[in-house]
Design a protein around this ligand. Structure first.
Ligand SMILES: Nc1ncnc2c1ncn2[C@@H]1O[C@H](COP(=O)(O)OP(=O)(O)OP(=O)(O)O)[C@@H](O)[C@H]1O
Length: 291
């Protein structure tokens, strides 16, 4: 089973400032959703509403079709893993893992298998773990929760690249194995882009874009070829980024219409997709229209 999510006219205020303003958002069950946004955009706030850590100031938050607030049955099947985890520093790794047993779906054997795989010493105190190992502990608790809605909020922080890669693979293996909904909030966009099915971009407390990842991939193009030819085709186009290596140039553009595409191909230019991160930078740049 997997949970859908629905936010209807949701506003969250901290004292006088609005972290989320009238947000309407539907997340389909059984998919991997990426939640992107610049610092302070409201990602953690939105996730804390979905886990019922907070109550909205206005509007309704539905998980699996019902209100999540004060709904213990649904809450016990939702996991929000925040950066560094929410651990008691004086606990051991093993007892921290075992706190997950309050959940009906917690898989202790899987948690211990992951601890072994990620070389997490069970008898060590949480306070003596390195930052990366603490993140690993948080990620393990999130995976072993076997939640119907599993949300990871920058849980990778401090993990080295091989550990992050192993974590993403484990997440995907669990996803293939068991139907559930995943929300990944991260600033390492290109690193997770291949795992995402849907992407939500939050911007200053509102949903800026919500599309399947393929829609973002169709938004722009990278032109690579002889520098002169690329420069000629790029005239009049919006260029997001450029890179030059000897006589070869690569330019990332936002829109490429069919005639320009044909002209580029005829000039020996290779046309490739644009990375999600480059598009994100463009869409949320402080210089964009209306900013
Ligand atoms: N406990 C709080 N009290 C007051 N304001 C808060 C609190 N938590 C967050 N905010 C404010 O709400 C806004 C959204 O913060 P939030 O942490 O949700 O953003 P974020 O997208 O997760 O950012 P980041 O990528 O930097 O983690 C920010 O302006 C932040 O300063």
């Amino acid at each position: 089973m997997s949970f859908s999510v629905s936010l209807r006219d949701v506003t969250l205020k901290y004292r006088d400032s609005e972290a989320l303003s009238n947000v309407n958002l539907e997340l389909e069950a059984g998919k991997i959703h990426g939640l992107l946004g610049r610092n302070g955009a409201g990602k953690t706030t939105l996730l804390s509403l979905l886990a019922a850590f907070r109550k909205p100031t206005a509007g309704t938050v539905l998980v699996n079709g019902g209100p999540i607030w004060e709904n213990a049955e649904i809450v016990s099947r939702v996991a929000l893993i925040r950066e560094g985890g929410d651990f008691d520093d004086s606990d051991t790794v093993k007892s921290s893992i075992e706190t997950g047993e309050i959940r009906p779906s917690f898989d202790r054997d899987y948690a211990l298998k992951l601890a072994d795989k990620f070389e997490l010493p069970l008898n060590k105190k949480v306070r003596s773990l390195s930052r990366g190992k603490r993140s690993v502990l948080a990620a393990i608790c999130g995976l072993a929760a076997r939640a119907e809605l599993a949300m990871f909020d920058e849980v990778h922080l401090g993990m080295d690249a091989p550990t992050r890669d192993a974590f993403y693979k484990e997440l995907l293996a669990d996803y293939m194995d068991r139907e559930h909904t995943i929300v990944l909030s991260t600033h390492l966009i290109d690193e997770v882009a291949n795992y995402l099915e849907e992407v939500v971009i939050l911007d200053r407390g509102s949903v800026l874009r919500h599309e399947p990842v393929e829609a973002f991939q169709r938004m722009g193009a990278t032109l690579t070829g002889p520098a002169d030819a690329v420069d000629a085709v790029a005239v009049g186009l919006e260029v997001l980024a450029e890179q030059r290596l000897g006589g070869t140039k690569s330019a990332t553009v936002t829109v490429l219409d069919a005639p320009t595409r044909e002209r580029a191909a005829a000039s020996g230019i290779e046309i490739g997709p644009v990375g999600l991160q480059d598009l994100f930078i463009h869409l949320t740049s402080p210089e964009r229209d209306g900013a």
